[in-house]
Ligand binder design. Sequence first.
Ligand SMILES: [Zn+2]
Length: 229
Amino acid sequence: MLDELRAEVLDANLELVRRGLVIYTFGNASGVSWKHGMIVIKPSGVPYERMTPADMVVADLQGNVVEGKLRPSTDLPTHAALYRAFPSIGGVVHTHSRHATAWAQAGREIPCLGTTHADYFHGPVPATEPLTAPEIEGDYEANAGVAIVRRMEGLDPLACPACLIAGHAPFCWGKSVTEAAHNAVIVEELAAMAWITLSINPGCQPISRALRDKHHFRKHGPTATYGQK
Ligand SMILES: [Zn+2]
């Protein structure tokens, strides 16, 4: 089932390795088939170099495994919570990439300090509140998804394609799993740039609304002019 999506999900997982975002078996990418109501996700703890499309695990939107010999990534409930909340997305990626994770550990949102950032995010990369003890001791992975959804309230997930979990790391998404992996690479780059910018000038402020809107809406929405028709 879902052979094309299995191949795309595997490739997105491998892209995270190629771009230096994950070490060992950290990180996970998934894609959704809205037509089938199914999620395809990386298996848990299998070395990337040995993974094949057949190793990908298929689960329903509640996170119940439907097909696959291997156990799914332990973060499947977080992915499932994001799909249930954001019907406009098609893929989710989680990494512990160094700079983005450092911002998450600091419990700080990444401010929009330049146009590279505004090209992808119409505002800061948000960060959740720390999870409470009952949230951690209860259905932890699902509650991580709930914390993201709570923080994203009022935001368009495609205009803000990532959120940092305080004390943990980023979750990123996109219209497809390929786009979600791309956004994870971008978030890591934005995190590194913001860190360096604030090291050079700790008082640096976010760019103006005019500059942010110009760059964001050049690439996104009905007035976009970026790229080829
Ligand atoms: Zn994690």
